[in-house]
Write a protein that binds this ligand. Structure first.
Ligand code: GDP
Ligand code: MG
Length: 354
């Protein structure tokens, strides 16, 4: 027979797991180890590690689970970067939606800006950063606006400046990474997510939408959304969503969360549900109204208030939960592990000289 294999240790969960014993105030009644547990079934002493005497620490809590708390503290101190790009032709409510998402004026190029709304001659790229703090966690949010996209008569290759910007941020990161004297923490300006605004035409995607998403989905996480969905009836909206999904599939456009990057079955099931509900049909507003004695963000119409966060009115809440509450970290990871990695490998292959 081969040597005996030591099975992984099974340690019982402590009855009161909060702190390692030496931190807790001494209590006269504190028992040594997990007493009263019926002889510690499944708990073995590790040979060679046992002390004589008390020995109770070996039977008890190690504290591996405090890693989560340690990570939390570090993350809270360091804060994190999140960079979101908004693309779509002017007037689709991009600035309004981002302000709605982050409940503050994080995007400054709303249509009211500077009086008359001037359409730039080419696609401009404007990044504005804000530090948002909630529950002691600091997020440096950068909103990258792309005014002028799709506004020209000839929109040929109008995604070039956008793709150039995205690649430039990868290049910046790569340069920092290969530096001999590296920064302890490399500032992350890479675009983690690109919200692509689809016009609520009720027809189909425009050629430009298809071209843009086709080109850019290889380098960045694209999340398509249907803008100003309050302009469609529920039936029209569902039909349009269905058609857009079909078209995206026909043209082989991989939007986020991409099938191929699902981690496991649980992840796949969760993401399948999201993919089936996409593209989210959203409504944005930064104005509050009183509805049933509650203040809500909404758009007041002659026949009532469209409540932005009411799931019966639009899918803003779904988008917000998905983007911020469930997938923010994953967006960052896919950016780093897939998109940036692809860029990096290609760049180092082309010429090792960065
Ligand atoms: P941007 O050019 O894409 O940044 O669009 P803006 O956010 O500046 O919005 C353009 C106009 O559309 C403004 O008058 C907004 O009040 C309005 N708007 C924004 N979001 C919505 C929406 O969800 N539904 C409707 N009906 N109008 C919207
Ligand atoms: Mg704008």
């Amino acid at each position: 027979m081969s040597e005996s294999i030591v099975p992984p240790e099974v340690r019982p969960k402590p009855a009161v797991p909060a702190k390692p014993p030496h931190v807790a105030a001494p209590s006269p009644t504190a028992p040594h180890g997990p007493s009263g547990l019926g002889g510690g079934v499944g708990v073995d002493r590790v040979p060679g590690l046992g002390h004589s005497g008390g020995g109770s620490t070996l039977l008890g809590y190690i504290g591996i689970d405090t890693i989560i708390e340690q990570m939390r503290k570090k993350t809270m101190k360091a804060g994190f970067d999140f960079n979101i790009m908004i693309v779509g032709h002017s007037g689709l409510g991009k600035s309004t939606l981002v302000n709605t998402l982050f409940k503050s004026q994080v995007s400054r190029w709303s249509s009211g800006w500077g009086g008359e709304h001037k359409i730039p001659k080419t696609v401009e790229i404007k990044a504005v950063s804000h530090v948002i703090e909630e529950g002691g966690v600091k997020m440096k949010l950068t909103v990258i606006d792309t005014p002028g996209f799709g506004d020209q008569i000839n929109n040929e290759n109008c995604w070039d400046p956008i793709s150039k910007y995205i690649n430039e941020q990868y290049e910046k990161f790569l340069k920092e990474e290969v530096n001999i004297a590296r920064k302890k923490r490399i500032p992350d300006t890479r675009v983690h997510c690109c919200l692509y605004f689809i016009s609520p035409t009720g027809h189909s995607l425009r050629q430009l939408d298809i071209e843009f998403m086709k080109h850019l989905s290889r380098v960045v996480n694209i999340i398509p959304v249907i803008a100003k969905s309050d302009t469609m009836t529920p039936d029209e909206k569902n039909e349009f969503k269905h058609r857009v999904r079909k078209e995206l599939e026909t043209y082989g456009i991989e939007y986020y969360p991409q099938n191929e990057f699902d981690d496991d079955m649980e992840d796949k099931n969760e993401n399948d549900k999201i993919r089936e509900a996409m593209p989210f049909a959203v409504v944005g507003s930064d104005k509050e109204f009183q509805v049933n004695s509650k203040r809500v963000l909404g758009r007041k119409t002659a026949w009532g208030v469209v409540e932005v966060e009411n799931p019966n009115h639009c899918e803003f809440a779904l988008l917000r939960d998905f983007l911020i509450r469930s997938h923010l970290q994953d967006l960052k990871e896919v950016t780093h592990n897939i998109h940036y990695e692809t860029y990096r490998a290609r760049r180092l292959n082309d010429n090792g000289d960065v």
